[in-house]
Ligand binder design. Structure first.
Ligand code: SF4
Length: 241
């Protein structure tokens, strides 16, 4: 599988575990606030061999592997890679943008992934702007239903600036985050999900849309308001970051 980098193992990316992180380059979305932009286009490919060489050096410390990106589900050899990880008795977490429900369905039926984190890019009417692509609504909805069937999972939304009609740019509002939470509940038919509200962090020279680089971090009061609104629909809503 294409792996751009083996990122430092840590306690943050896989809740409850110490995990090594496999970063897969390439993504089928173009989120304007994307932080992975430099890695998406310029990452080297260390391949399975490079990653498992790294894993060997940290094997006494880790009990999980996070596969993130980019978008891991566009990687052709994702399944054999995961099988190699599982053969080492390590739990697997997958981070996804939800664009490939068929891949998620396969991983679910083969019981290959223990934890899935899916980005929900705000309310449905803003997805073309927040994800940078059109026409992915059906796939995103199907993925939400599948994700809620994995042994462990979370949904998460970054309260990022959005380029709106007329090129006005402003943060997602608390009401728009509430609409995203309502959508998750309506698509899955349940409200017992873990839902994380995350802050946007600007990075000079590191975002897909450089107009967003002049924005500050998501103000704490907006994060709190977004949390409070989402909580009305998903009781297990938390702020991350
Ligand atoms: S933030 Fe968007 S463009 Fe960037 S890796 Fe995630 S889904 Fe892809």
């Amino acid at each position: 599988m294409k792996i751009g980098a083996a990122l430092e193992f840590n306690l943050i990316d896989y809740p409850g575990r110490i995990a090594a992180v496999a970063f897969t380059p390439g993504c089928n979305y173009l989120c304007p606030h994307c932080h992975a932009a430099p890695l998406l286009s310029k990452a080297a490919d260390i391949g399975d061999e490079g990653f498992f060489d790294y894993l060997e050096t940290v094997k006494d410390w880790v009990n999980g592997v996070v596969i993130c990106g980019g978008e891991p589900t566009i990687q052709r050899d994702l399944v054999p890679f995961i099988e190699k990880v599982r053969a080492r008795d390590l739990a697997v977490k997958l981070d996804t943008n939800g664009s490939n429900p068929d891949v998620l369905a396969g991983l679910l039926s083969q019981k290959l992934v223990d934890y899935v984190a899916m980005d929900v890019k705000g309310p449905r009417f803003l997805w073309p702007a927040t994800a940078g692509v059109e026409g992915n609504e059906a796939a995103m909805a199907e993925s939400m239903k599948l994700v809620a069937s994995f042994p462990e999972y979370e949904f998460r939304t970054t309260v990022a600036p959005v380029v709106r009609a007329g090129e006005e740019i402003s943060f997602l509002t608390a009401q728009e985050i509430a609409a995203a939470a309502r959508l998750i509940v309506s698509v899955t038919g349940r409200d017992d999900h873990k839902y994380f509200i995350q802050k946007f962090v600007p990075r000079k020279g590191g975002l897909l849309d450089e107009r967003l680089e002049s924005f500050p971090e998501t103000p704490p009061q907006l994060l709190q308001a977004a949390h409070d609104e989402a909580l009305k629909h998903i009781p297990n809503t938390r702020i991350r970051g």
